[in-house]
Design a protein around this ligand. Structure first.
Ligand SMILES: NC(=O)c1ccc[n+]([C@@H]2O[C@H](COP(=O)([O-])OP(=O)(O)OC[C@H]3O[C@@H](n4cnc5c(N)ncnc54)[C@H](OP(=O)(O)O)[C@@H]3O)[C@@H](O)[C@H]2O)c1
Length: 325
């Protein structure tokens, strides 16, 4: 089959389409003929050698895919050859075929095309497992998501609105602000021209927000603590603003704050299967009802993977960038 190979760690130019061996499935896996895969920010880190795949995972990029099942392992009962599905991967999506544990496979949500369904597994798995399963965001609460225009952000806005939260976002351009508003965000803050702590305080009568989903890390840590209400929860999933900082811890005690962090890719197979099952129960009905839509910025042929990495690193996109073999 053809796959995108990281020929050596470095810039986007190191990504090349090559002929490689087909993946072999284990007894609890299925083989998917890939219809589409989607980019995630982590792919750009893996390309640079900063985010190695977990032990036993495919060496190729790609954390999610959609497609048609081509083979089924001996211990798999739910799926059969010919089923159209999407899946959360530990790697291997930038290819014509990928092997995936059956517990990480989902049906195509009604009303979504086979291609576009690849927009969901990684963002839904990440946002559901963090904001909902661990930070317990609930109806009537206020939620702040940094990077509202990102793949993660555009999904988080829609699913949090669906579950009855008030949603605030930050992003860096007027065009992105307008888009986030259009898909449901209640308050959109331009972090380049406004102080998000002051805006959050202003909009909440000084109270602060209940939950924050943060992909900035160090640069926002202190300001995130300042933006939370009493019993507020901060969930850190990325370090675009660094991983080391000094912080005044007194806010944690004064406001009884909870700070958590997690990654999706390195979890155990059992843990991932449990998350995917919760996603199917709680997110898939919102998609089927048309309340959460795939936000696709653009489709590219798989051979143009290098170009798509340049695009993601420019941050010009809104939502998900898709690659089609
Ligand atoms: N822990 C996990 O399991 C997990 C899983 C998936 C993703 N993530 C993380 O979640 C983040 C989003 O991932 P993605 O794949 O959706 O990436 P993406 O689409 O490339 O989005 C990243 C966005 O971050 C925004 N941004 C950069 N600096 C910002 C700042 N100071 N304040 C607010 N926004 C800022 C950029 O938008 P602007 O143009 O507005 O700056 C950019 O569009 C990444 O950090 C990724 O590593 C973590």
């Amino acid at each position: 089959m053809k796959a995108i190979v990281i020929t050596k760690h470095g810039g986007p130019e190191v990504l090349q389409l090559q002929d490689v061996e087909d993946p072999q499935i284990k007894d609890d896996e299925v083989l998917i003929k890939v219809e589409a895969t989607a980019l995630n920010r982590a792919d750009t880190l893996q390309r640079q050698g900063l985010y190695p795949p977990p032990k036993g995972a495919s060496e190729y990029l790609g954390l999610e895919c959609s497609g048609t099942i081509e083979a089924v392992g001996r211990h798999v009962s739910r799926w059969k050859i010919g089923d159209q599905v999407c899946a959360l991967l530990a790697g291997g999506g930038y290819a014509e075929k990928v092997a995936v544990p059956a517990g990480q496979v989902l049906p195509i949500p009604p009303g979504v095309s086979l291609k576009d369904a690849t927009s969901f597994p990684e963002v839904a798995g990440t946002v559901w497992s963090t904001v909902f399963m661990m930070s317990h965001l609930s109806a009537g609460e206020t939620f702040l998501v940094h990077g509202g225009s990102s793949g993660i952000g555009t999904f988080a806005i829609q699913i949090a609105k669906y579950w009855g939260a008030k949603v605030f976002i930050t992003t860096g351009s007027e065009e992105k602000l307008a888009f986030c508003k259009e898909i449901g965000a209640d308050l959109c803050i331009n972090y380049k021209t406004e102080d998000f702590v002051a805006r959050v305080k202003e909009e909440t009568g000084g109270r602060g927000v209940d939950v924050i989903l943060d992909c900035i890390g160090a640069a926002y840590y202190q300001r995130n603590l300042e933006s939370l209400s009493v019993d507020g929860r901060l969930f850190i999933i990325g370090f675009q603003g660094g991983a080391h900082t000094e912080v005044d811890l007194r806010a944690l005690v004064a406001k009884r704050l909870t700070v958590q962090g997690a990654g999706l890719r390195n979890r155990s197979l059992e843990n991932k299967a449990a998350i995917i099952s919760e996603v199917e129960k709680n997110v898939w009905p919102a998609i089927a009802a048309g309340k959460v839509k795939p936000i696709v910025y653009k489709y590219f042929p798989l051979s143009e993977a290098a170009e798509t990495h340049r695009l993601m690193e420019s941050s010009k996109h809104i939502g998900k960038i898709l690659l089609v073999p």
